[in-house]
Ligand binder design. Structure first.
Ligand code: OGA
Ligand code: ZN
Length: 365
């Protein structure tokens, strides 16, 4: 990409590139981004905006490959490459990860379990699987040793265990005095875990050690796909679900965890960034009477769509199989089972390390 012409006034630099594309660059933005203002090793900016004078453009010269700018009022001079300027022609998208690939029950036919021992030794295979976890919001593994606590090693594939008051891992099996319906043989509706935390765990892993029961099928649904359906077909419901906060709570002898957020959370540009949905830990809705009826209609719409057969995938985890899912996007549930032994171990992790490793592996492979 080469520069063919430049023009400027005190505020704006206009650069024309080969092919005729032009870009406009603002004086203070240029000053804020001078290459010499970056630390050489890690590229960190070495100054704060309040240390800068309000820059103007005084002199501009260019070659085909770069533009040299003299700034007023302090005569600071620096040079910007054509490639860098061209790269910054358009406002950068807000996303720092690729857009998710939304899915529904048709995903069932495409389910594959990656071979855990292969991922441990083959960076390309690992990258492929990690990308899938990001794109679809879940991933499946097989041939994970059924030795208890192996799940804590599986997390090392991409990141770190998120320790909580439940400890580094939790057991999912029938317990005599269950603190949670998950520790009975009852079915559990689609849900996200721990909506009472702030932030909620970004990833959940469930590793099957024993499964001799009838039933106990694992179910997943793409909450982002459901949220987009609601946005499209039930605009009023979408508005309510994305604005009114719902309180979630977990209480035991030593913990009182609470968070209050809309069931569907949006970023500042309106993109869905997370769902909180868990009928077990949702507290009584505190809504004004004039909103209540409509909110319940919206809540019911969300609940129905999350449990629709057309939206869900369902599979049975066998010993040595493991699923990981984005706990802010993909809701999970399980069908009831008879009292044959069933034992899963679960743990949480954060998503940032997963995204980081994908970028690093993409750059090095
Ligand atoms: C849980 C849970 C699913 C299962 O423990 O949070 O959802 O398959 N368990 O038992
Ligand atoms: Zn759960």
């Amino acid at each position: 990409m080469e520069i063919t012409a430049t023009t400027h006034d005190q505020q704006w630099l206009e650069v024309t590139f080969t092919g005729g594309t032009t870009g406009r660059f603002y004086c203070q933005w240029l000053r804020d981004n001078i290459p010499s203002g970056r630390h050489q090793d890690r590229g960190q900016r070495t100054f704060d905006i309040n240390a800068l004078p309000e820059a103007t453009l005084t002199t501009i010269t260019h070659t085909t490959n770069e533009v040299t700018v003299t700034f007023g009022p302090d005569d600071c001079i620096d040079t910007f490459t054509a490639a860098w300027l061209h790269q910054h022609l358009n406002p950068a998208p807000a996303r720092v990860t690729p857009a998710p690939t939304l899915w529904d029950a048709n995903q069932q036919a495409k389910l594959t379990f990656a071979d855990y021992p292969t991922l441990l030794v083959d960076p390309a295979a690992k990258l492929g699987w990690l990308r899938e976890v990001h794109d679809y919001g879940f991933g499946l593994l097989e041939n994970v040793p059924t030795k208890p606590e192996t799940i804590l090693e599986v997390v090392n594939l991409f990141g770190y265990v998120r320790d909580t008051n439940y400890g580094p891992l939790f057991e999912v099996r029938i317990e005599p005095n269950p603190a949670n319906l998950a520790f009975t043989n009852r079915g559990i509706g689609m849900h996200t875990d721990n909506p009472y935390r702030d932030p909620v765990p970004g990833l959940q892993l469930l590793h099957c050690l024993v499964n001799e029961s009838d039933g106990g099928q694992s179910q997943l649904v793409d909450g982002f796909a459901v949220a987009e359906k609601i946005r499209q077909h039930h605009a009023d419901a979408f508005k309510l679900l994305t604005t009114w906060p719902v309180r979630f709570r977990y209480r035991d002898d030593t913990a009182d965890l609470q968070a209050a957020r809309p069931l569907i959370e949006l970023d500042s540009r309106g993109e869905v960034i997370g769902l909180r949905y868990n009928s077990r830990s949702a507290q009584t809705f505190n809504l004004p009477p004039e909103v209540m009826a409509e909110y319940y209609r919206a809540y019911r719409t969300l609940g129905e769509l999350l449990h629709q057969p057309e939206a869900k995938i369902e599979f049975r985890l066998s010993p040595g199989q493991l699923m990981i899912f984005d706990n802010q996007r993909v809701l999970h549930g399980r069908s009831a089972y008879t009292e044959g032994a069933r034992h899963l171990q679960g743990c949480y992790a954060d998503k940032d390390a997963l995204h980081s490793l994908i970028r690093v592996l993409e750059e090095t492979s």
